[in-house]
Design a protein around this ligand. Structure first.
Ligand SMILES: Cc1ncc(C[n+]2csc(CCOP(=O)(O)OP(=O)(O)O)c2C)c(N)n1
Ligand SMILES: [Mg+2]
Length: 975
């Protein structure tokens, strides 16, 4: 119930009572957490009072009676659906209104308008006057026209004092039912609500812009419209995703940038989709028209990107612009893929990284993220909710994002009635209690004044805010699309509707702010600039000769990077990572784990995974490399192996040894992420773009959950360098390995990552020893080349004595892409190649059966493959040795399908496959079957006679594309 309570600030007496009852409650500056959830004590108290009022209204004092009446009213006034099909319960019939005092009903009226005035606001440029809302009619409050001139106390209505009912109504209608409709009464933080209310009622939500500001807005609107029209006539039928019908966006962005310097903002990081992007690039970011027009040419090949490039309406841009006050502002527009809203968390991550670079990590007021959305995508895409949920979290906050929705009331051909179950497309914002401003897009002045408020709000409360610019789409979805196929009536209305610029021009002409001649001059100046740019671009494209570019290669990816750390330093680091302050009481098991780590770092006990990782991190941090690790339960580690953060048993105070290594160490940030993959991975990817010298790691709980972030992996991590030239050092830790835990916890889908590999775009690894993991992490952080790194990480091996490393493997050397056989075998008659955990099963089998003619090599790095190393290791064995690829993953999964042809091409020899049969599900649900299968695949690896003993058998499994074998996974013949 506490959630739905109206702000007691609307009822000042009640607020006072609350303050009296709970002196700890701060009415001016509640803590953010308390502000959001309300005070639990107050909630219980109010609930009690509410119950007693419901049984007998006279049992509470009149102030509380009025309060609850307002509250009940708010609960009953459910907004109608867009189509108006859901009947609104009419509170006028509610018996509670029977005996209420007139003054109390005035307070109800104020509350109702603040809560629901937006239902009467004129938001739709194409719409008629909104349907009357019976719950806001005078009769609902038991007033009649005869009461209009009666005088009442106007309570908290801007300044309060006596006013006639007529004045009160006019005030409320002007503020809440004009061209701006506001949803803010769902906000649980009273001080935020009060601030918004006062800020809006101060000027009755009417724009108060200077004539110069108004002229500038008109210029921006004309500029936006002219660019679209120019493109429309010069590049007929070419896709541009016109902004026409939503040109107000350009005025809003301009007003935002204009307001930035005074608000202390130095940088704005923008993310947006296709709609109006070209317009924003030119009219907001200052990209030259010549460059844009060049990109429209059919011969155009991006010169800046060495890879495949991208279409023009996905490209990013960075620039420094100068505001009218002469202040500089850095702007960036993140490149984005077609996948709508996928850019959201990337922009948040970038913004946070930029804040870090500007040492703006406390208030986060210097760098402001701005996300521009489409109405269909905002309500439809789950990543929007995931990203909003990051907004207040310690590891992901950016100090408030300004969301602007270019709401053209359509998504391709789909109308709102088919695309949402909510009245407004902004509904996701309500779950976070964000203020939502719906604005008639035909009123750029109103929109400009709201964006000023939005920036003020963001800088003051460090929270997200949403602007919903309600407009229309003048053309089809793209310019080749015929909208009247599906929306014939709507489009004849749109054809007849005057443009935003014409409407605004009329307004300013009427107000005497501008003359017709001046408007014509603005238009012709802009067209001249466009014409000139077009001429220049034609000259430029005449020089262009499209050429096929060779695949991107990065041979240096295979260069060895020395990553050993001297034993003395490891011992020192070992002491630091296992040290806990004396006054800290920790769990005895963790104490033991830390002591063990200490012993490992001194070389007394072989190192396990957790210790190797900690030492890698500690060595990097103390040499100046900052680290950020984020993922679900990553502080402790899903498998309880990391324990990067330890807790005091009495207070749950947290201590992070890696943050306490040395005075001058680099920063270590480790966060438990929310239960999201797409948004969190996107965020960390975005972060990694702007902090290239930092080791940024994202960890999946189990590797397969990464597929919830597949869009980020496909659209950004694997391909963004080729598309946009953006590089990232992001490291993905993906627990992988078959332990009989069922289909969903076995596979990180190694095959998917390998399938995405080409042109040296990233590194894919599956290390099997703590030492190699140690070197891998250090290589990733220290090498100059910036590439994403994918790591299949262990689960069971974390506690497996076979998978430990002696300290001396950390003190010298480098990451080994291929691990030679630890048992020195020469001239083997069989060589089994494998990757990852199955190595240990193979080695055990060989040991158990005293097999001496088989060597086992581990591919610790699957991409790029170190071919030279592999050939030289194979050269140590018989040239006639049988070559086997063994994996525990099913045949259609794991590394086999990626490697089969490559290995055969490289060695000019055939490989036999030993592993699970192809399967639709990654693994069996039964532990018993798992063990049988595992046993069989290992036996199979050693099964075939070696070629020197017998003629080579027909190689049954040489191609990943061969038909299914007749054996089932348990070895039984299939019928
Ligand atoms: C995730 C995703 N699904 C589908 C599409 C295909 N698509 C491109 S634009 C579009 C309509 C988007 O509507 P809206 O968000 O309202 O933006 P508008 O084009 O109206 O500005 C669709 C469905 C896409 N790009 N991304
Ligand atoms: Mg739309």
């Amino acid at each position: 119930m506490a959630q739905d309570l109206p702000s007691s600030s609307e009822r000042d007496p009640a607020l006072e009572t609350l303050d009296r009852l709970n002196p700890n409650r701060s009415s001016t500056a509640p803590s953010p957490a308390l502000g959001r959830i309300g005070h639990p004590g107050n909630g219980a108290f109010l609930e009690e009072l509410h119950e007693s009022w419901k049984t007998d209204p006279t049992s509470v004092d009149p102030t509380w009676r009025a309060f609850f009446e307002g509250f009940e009213l708010g609960c009953q006034l459910r907004p109608p659906t867009r189509s108006g099909s859901t009947p609104i319960p009419n509170s006028a019939t509610s018996p509670e209104f029977g005996n209420t005092l007139p003054q109390a009903r005035i307070y109800n009226l104020l509350f109702a308008y603040r809560a629901l005035g937006h239902t009467l606001a004129h938001l739709d440029p194409l719409g008629l006057t909104p349907e009357a809302n019976a719950d806001l009619s005078l009769s609902t409050f038991r007033f009649t026209d005869a009461d209009l001139d009666s005088v009442f106390d106007s309570g908290t209505l801007s300044g309060g004092g006596p006013r006639t009912l007529r004045d009160i109504l006019a005030f409320l209608k002007q503020t809440y039912c004009d061209h701006i409709g506001v949803e803010f009464m769902h906000i649980m933080n009273f001080s935020i609500r009060r601030w918004l209310r006062d800020r809006m009622e101060r000027n009755r939500n009417q724009p108060s812009l200077t004539p110069a500001q108004q002229r500038r807005i008109l210029e921006k609107i004309i500029s936006a419209e002219s660019l679209e029209r120019f493109l429309h006539t010069r590049y007929v039928g070419q896709k541009r995703f016109s902004l026409e019908g939503g040109e107000t966006l350009i005025a809003v962005l301009d007003s935002l940038l204009e307001a930035c310097p005074a608000a202390g903002v130095e940088e704005v990081v923008i993310g947006m989709a296709h709609r109006g992007r070209l317009n924003v690039l030119v009219n907001t970011l200052g990209k030259s028209r010549r460059k844009l027009f060049t990109e429209f040419h059919e011969n155009y090949v991006p010169q800046t990107v060495l890879g495949d490039g991208d279409v023009k309406y996905h490209l990013g841009y960075e620039n420094e612009v100068t505001t009218s006050s002469g202040k500089k502002l850095r702007l960036s527009l993140a490149p984005n893929p077609s996948h709508l809203e996928a850019v959201d968390p990337v922009v948040e991550g970038k913004a946070r990284a930029r804040q870090r670079l500007r040492q703006d990590t406390v208030k986060r007021e210097k760098v402001v993220p701005v996300l521009i959305h489409g109405d269909g995508a905002f309500i439809g895409q789950g990543i929007v909710a995931e990203t909003l949920n990051l907004s207040r979290l310690e590891g992901y906050r950016t100090g408030g994002t300004i969301h602007i929705i270019v709401n053209n009331q359509i998504a391709f051909t789909t109308l709102p009635e088919d695309s949402r179950s909510t009245r407004y497309c902004t509904a996701p914002g309500k779950s976070l209690g964000l203020p939502i401003f719906h604005i008639n897009g035909d009123d750029p002045l109103a929109a400009a004044s709201v964006i000023q408020l939005a920036l003020e709000f963001r800088q003051r409360f460090h929270e997200d805010i949403i602007l919903d610019l309600v407009g229309y789409r003048r053309h089809g979805h793209n310019e080749g699309d015929e909208p009247s196929f599906t929306q014939p009536t709507l489009y004849s209305e749109i054809d007849a509707h005057p443009s935003v610029s014409r409407l605004l021009a009329r307004k300013l002409l009427d107000a005497g702010i501008i003359t017709e001649e001046e408007i014509q001059k603005i238009r012709s100046q802009i067209d001249t600039v466009s014409e000139e740019a077009l001429r220049e671009s034609r000259l430029a494209v005449a020089q262009l000769k499209p050429q096929l570019h060779p695949p991107l290669r990065c041979p240096a990816l295979l260069q060895e990077v020395p990553t050993g750390v001297p034993a003395s330093r490891l011992a020192q680091l070992g002491a630091s990572i296992s040290h806990i302050p004396a006054d800290f009481q920790i769990n005895t098991k963790i104490r033991k784990l830390l002591d063990n780590r200490h012993a490992m770092a001194k070389g007394k006990v072989p190192l396990d995974w957790g210790c190797a990782e900690h030492l890698a991190f500690a060595s990097l941090l103390t040499s100046g490399v900052p680290i950020r690790l984020s993922g679900q339960d990553s502080r402790r580690g899903t498998f309880s192996h990391r324990h990067s953060s330890v807790y005091d048993l009495r207070t749950r105070a947290r201590y992070i040894p890696l943050k306490n290594l040395a005075q001058d160490q680099a920063s270590f940030c480790v966060y438990n992420s929310p239960l999201s993959e797409a948004a969190v991975l996107g965020f960390d990817y975005g972060y990694s773009l702007d902090c290239p010298d930092m080791l940024v790691l994202w960890e999946a709980q189990f590797g397969d959950f990464a597929n919830g972030a597949q869009t980020q992996i496909d659209q950004y991590i694997s391909s963004s360098e080729s598309k946009w030239g953006t590089t990232s050092r992001l490291t993905l830790l993906l627990p992988h390995g078959y332990h009989g835990q069922g289909p969903e916890h076995s596979s990180a889908r190694l095959e998917r990552f390998l399938q995405l590999c080409a042109e040296d775009n990233m590194t894919v690894t599956y290390p099997t020893t703590p030492a190699n993991y140690f070197h891998l992490l250090r290589r990733q952080a220290l090498r100059k080349i910036i590439k994403p790194l994918i790591v299949m990480t262990p689960k069971g091996l974390l506690r497996d004595a076979r998978a430990t490393s002696p300290l001396n493997e950390l003190t010298h050397g480098a990451f080994q892409e291929i691990l030679p056989d630890p048992t020195p075998i020469k001239n083997a008659q069989r060589v089994i190649l494998c990757s990852g955990k199955v190595f240990y099963d193979l080695a055990d089998y060989r040991e158990k059966h005293q097999i001496r003619d088989t060597a086992i090599l581990r591919l610790e790095q699957l991409y790029p493959l170190h071919e030279k190393k592999l050939l030289s290791l194979l050269a140590l064995q018989s040239p006639h040795a049988e070559l086997v690829w063994c994996q525990e993953e099913s045949e259609n999964m794991g590394a086999w399908s990626h490697l089969a042809l490559r290995l055969q091409d490289l060695t000019k020899r055939k490989f036999r496959y030993a592993g699970r049969d192809a399967s639709s599900s990654p693994a069996t649900g039964s532990l018993a079957i798992h063990l049988l299968e595992q046993d069989q695949l290992v036996r199979e690896a050693f099964a075939a006679p070696s070629p020197t003993q017998a003629p080579a058998p027909a190689l049954k499994k040489t191609s990943p594309l061969r038909p299914k074998t007749s054996k089932t996974k348990t070895g039984k013949k299939r019928p």
